[in-house]
Design a protein around this ligand. Sequence first.
Ligand code: B12
Ligand code: SF4
Ligand code: SF4
Length: 353
Amino acid sequence: MQPTRPGVTADDVKREAAARGFDVCGIAPAVSYPELSYLREWIDRGYAGEMDYMARSAERRLDVRHVLPSARSVVALGTVYNTDRPYSTENADASVAALARYAWGDDYHVVIQRQLDSLLAWLRAAAGESFEGRAYVDTGPVQERIYAQHAGIGWIGKNTCLINRERGSWLFLSEIICNLELDADAPALDQCGTCTRCLDACPTGALVDPHVLDSTRCLSYLTIELKGSIPAGQRDAIGEHAYGCDICQEVCPWNLRPSTAESTAAPWQARPGLDRPRLIDLWQRTDDELRGLLKGSAMKRAGVRRLRRNLAVSIGNCGDPSAADALEGHTEETCRDPLVAEHVAWAVEKLRA
Ligand code: B12
Ligand code: SF4
Ligand code: SF4
């Protein structure tokens, strides 16, 4: 059923979104787009790795009307999280940790969910009783980039990230799926052209074809999503990437500084301990200190145990034999965990070889 007071326009929604801190906003019709069906093939090829939730929710991800049957529009939102700090590709020091830019500040799930809830409450009040809507940031069963592209807020680059012409790709995506018939925007056009910088720069060949990412080779997957042991053959390629990876975005001409957009919003500024820390300094913190550092940050997804596993690998790759003693000498509880201990042993052997 349509809302009884259809007075809400697309311009109203965009104004209210901007007032709540969203940097970009566009509207896509809530229909099924042909690209949504690539997901099945992607899963069948094994590109989701251990991310079983992708397969479990694949059916729902094929169309937002599986999430909200009355859906007519998807309000696609983007939030710039880039800040004025160097890129990992600008760092030549293998003893400095590369941590994914999106995780330096406050947990975006929490910050953006609050803004979404506020926008949803405004929509409900403005549109009337029959309004129906669902709001998601990252964790909903929605292929966010595809709806964002059809809402005109950016195109899906060959690195598979959504790129906005004016702002670049350092954007968190979120959306409100609702039963309002809002005027839609034109889909964004692909601006990658003949460029292949991201495919050439990926250290693991995870971008197997333009627009196709094999997660099982991606450093972001290996350091964040993979729960168990990192395959030995993939550890060298991790380098100093102790949490996530930004390389395929850092080399993208649409993110070249200083032209790319930066946010001055407090939540996205790097926490002191996460601003290019030395690997060994992170390792030598106590478990409690690390827990404190991750509290309220998106990095708590991996937790202290997985962070230590990654740090051990990165320290093993740093080339400084004296780091082996520091690795072995730290006796915090998570250092003695079998998963971490196995990665420490690998690192020590590599450093002393
Ligand atoms: C699973 C997931 C991952 C996985 C898989 C990534 C991926 N490319 O699919 C891993 C763990 C590797 C990952 C990494 C990262 N992620 Co992530 N991730 C997601 C999640 C939860 C689902 C993405 C998804 O549906 N993947 C399935 C594939 C099929 O979808 P797709 O790549 O978009 O599909 C397109 C193409 O790949 C192509 N395609 C796919 N298969 C095939 C096959 C053929 C034959 C063809 C021709 C085409 C084709 O078709 C699709 C349409 O064009 C989304 C949130 C969400 N709910 O959407 C966040 C999301 C995509 N991630 C995000 C971020 C920030 C990251 C990282 C930057 C984090 C980091 N710094 O470490 C990296 C970036 C890596 C990269 N280059 O994509 C942001 C991206 C924002 C943006 N501007 O695009 C999102 C949207 C979260 C958010 N709400 O902000 N992520
Ligand atoms: S995030 Fe890193 S490993 Fe993953 S596709 Fe991009 S460059 Fe490759
Ligand atoms: S690096 Fe080039 S090919 Fe890759 S996403 Fe950016 S513009 Fe597209």
